[in-house]
Design a binder for this molecule. Structure first.
Ligand code: SAM
Ligand code: DTB
Ligand code: SF4
Length: 326
């Protein structure tokens, strides 16, 4: 068991980023091996249960009503449709089913409909995760009571760069919701997006925010920006793959016991970049050919990549079940 730190300084984090690549990867991989089986990856499948027409102005997002991305809006999906998708995900080997809604925050009425979905998915013996926007303390208590396993709520970027990306809610709003989730005893899933035009210092500052939370998030999704046409970030220059791999390595060193998820952006990443991310400490992915509104690599491609790398998929991350191959 390694000792977990919540007092990282920006200078220490920047020093990690500045290490020679091989030194950084060696340190990250050693940390990874000390805490996890390096040949196991956990897989979750995502479903957008309510798509588009979101009142928030996140400049990366296809679902903001203020952006002009080409998108078919959908109302909250009916329960049977969601459960059908969950069954498919389970058949394909996912251990967790994540449901995302394009809301600033859920109404209590909508929350009850999502709770029916959570309970239906749990009955299939899959872990559940939802991402619904901001929550009140009463709503997190209700989700806990319903048996929700994980809540995803990303800090997205550094506090310093945040205002360039989103203006309709504050960094503190995000931290408050995360605190409600954590205090209700629900596992937290929180990370961010790289490649939005932020600096290396911003990437370090985002990781500092995540690692210095009272408890490290249980899952840390690291998304590479999917530059979507019609959003303000459509033409942002791509982040170098090596810098993305470095960021995964630094996240692994700072949050050694968390699952680091190689999240959005894999469809545009080479197999070699993904392999380096797994070596650097990523041990979770979204599996299935769709994320929320954009493409993900198809299952066959991912299974072949896992086979080529000798990676097995983990049946579940919170119980100690034996690993299985999907
Ligand atoms: N509306 C809720 C919220 O924002 O908290 C939940 C859904 S939202 C789409 C979930 C996360 O997906 C965002 O916080 C962001 O980190 C990620 N995301 C959205 N669009 C993305 C994109 N184009 N590229 C990479 N990540 C993206
Ligand atoms: C997260 O950090 N990434 C996922 C999940 N949490 C909800 C979402 C990625 C979305 C990518 C863009 C899209 O498909 O719309
Ligand atoms: Fe809405 Fe979430 Fe997209 Fe922001 S990221 S516009 S809150 S769906």
């Amino acid at each position: 068991m390694s000792s977990l730190r919540n007092d990282w300084t920006l200078q220490e984090i920047t020093a990690l980023f500045d290490l020679p690549f091989n030194d950084l990867l060696f340190q990250a991989h050693s940390q990874h091996r000390a805490n996890f089986d390096p040949n196991h990856v956990q897989v979750s499948t995502l479903l957008s249960i309510k798509t588009g027409a979101c009142p928030e102005d996140c400049s990366y997002c296809s679902q903001s009503a203020r952006n002009n991305a080409e998108l078919e809006r959908e109302r909250l999906l009916p329960l049977d449709e969601v459960l059908e998708k969950a069954r498919e995900a389970k058949t394909n080997g996912a251990s967790r089913f994540c449901m995302g809604a394009a809301w600033r925050n859920p109404t209590d009425k909508n929350l009850e409909r999502v709770i029916d979905m959570i309970q239906g998915v749990k009955a299939m013996e899959m872990e559940t995760c939802v991402t619904l926007g901001m929550l009140t303390e009463a709503q997190t208590a209700r989700l806990k009571e319903a048996g929700l396993d994980y809540y995803n709520h990303n800090l997205d970027t550094s506090p310093e760069f945040y205002g360039d990306i989103i203006t309709t809610r504050t960094y503190q709003d995000r931290l408050d919701t995360l605190a409600h989730v954590r205090e209700a005893g629900i596992n937290t899933c929180s990370g961010g997006i790289l490649g939005m035009g932020e600096s290396r210092t911003d990437r370090a500052s985002l990781l500092q925010q995540l690692a210095n939370l009272p408890k490290h998030p249980d899952s840390v999704p690291i998304n590479m920006l999917v530059a979507i046409k019609g959003t303000p970030l459509q033409d942002v220059p791509k982040l170098e793959a090596l810098e993305f791999i470095r960021s995964v390595a630094v996240a692994r060193i700072m949050m050694p016991e968390s699952y680091v998820r190689l999240s959005a952006g894999r469809a545009e990443m080479s197999d070699e970049t993904q392999a380096m991310c797994f070596f650097a400490g990523a041990n979770s992915i979204f599996y299935g050919d769709r994320l929320l509104t954009t493409d993900n690599p198809d299952e066959n491609h991912d299974q072949q990549l896992f086979d080529r790398l000798g990676i097995q998929t983990l049946k579940t991350e919170i119980s100690n079940d034996a690993p299985v191959t999907v």
